[in-house]
Design a protein around this ligand. Sequence first.
Ligand SMILES: Cc1cc2nc3c(=O)[nH]c(=O)nc-3n(C[C@H](O)[C@H](O)[C@H](O)COP(=O)(O)O)c2cc1C
Length: 290
Amino acid sequence: MTTTRAATELIRARSSWRSYDGRALEPRDRARLEEFIAALEAGPFGGRVRLQLVEPSSGDRAELKKLGTYGMVKGARTFLAGAVTQGPMDMEDYGCAFERVVLKATALELGTCWLGASFNRSGFAAKINLAQGEILPAVSPVGYVASSRTFVDATTRFFARAKKRKPWEELFFDGDFSTPLSPQAAGPYAEILEMVRLGPSASNRQPWRIVKERGEGVLHLFLRRTRGYNSRLINVPGGDLQRLDMGIACCHVELAARELELVGKWEVLEPPPRLELPERTSYVASWREA
Ligand SMILES: Cc1cc2nc3c(=O)[nH]c(=O)nc-3n(C[C@H](O)[C@H](O)[C@H](O)COP(=O)(O)O)c2cc1C
């Protein structure tokens, strides 16, 4: 059992799995995940997130259908689902908390796959008793992966170019958006930024942009929206997938910093940093080394 693997190793090891072997979670794995979920810290921006494992009552085919993924995921018996209370940073907080559990599942050698679009939203909402004022942004299968990926899984990965990531110069900047930040110039922050770069994102669009303050331990996170992408998906009730991606970035910053023994905290600056922004780009939050 490899529960003590470093967070950076888990971030490198994780990939989305849509093919499972049909087995229910072993009680031990289930207990460990549930224990982890129960002990989750609050989101970095104070949003109220609740997460839980859900599965249909045994053998109930109708219920299984309600927890469906439109054929995207095969053989999964258990899902991670949850809700966040509506608020200004709700998606970021949910994204961060959910990714923590995804990485815990990775540590337990369980497969996962963020699903922000391809799942039966009303079926899952009923299963978790979604309350008024709450949003259910995403779910994930959690289970033992099949020995090979299904055709749907393999083609989805092919079309999302799932293994590829944008190069550093498109994502990370030194002081302002016109100066790319190299790993050498990032010094101790290079590993933190690399962990953001390797993270999952909806359709692998990688909307995270980070400006590091020159000579300071401050990372300003920005969301560069993909043209035409969110205008479609923002209308999914409760779904702003690219803000979930930003929450994942926050999670990876936190975990990598902790591993490097860099202590810092999140803040949402008001007014936001005075920077000239590229198109479709907006400020999210800053991580400041203490
Ligand atoms: C917020 C979010 C939503 C996602 N929604 C879906 C989805 O609805 N269906 C799906 O098949 N994959 C979904 N994915 C998985 C991405 O396609 C995947 O993370 C990306 O292609 C990178 O591949 P990797 O996770 O294997 O590194 C989602 C990922 C994120 C982060």
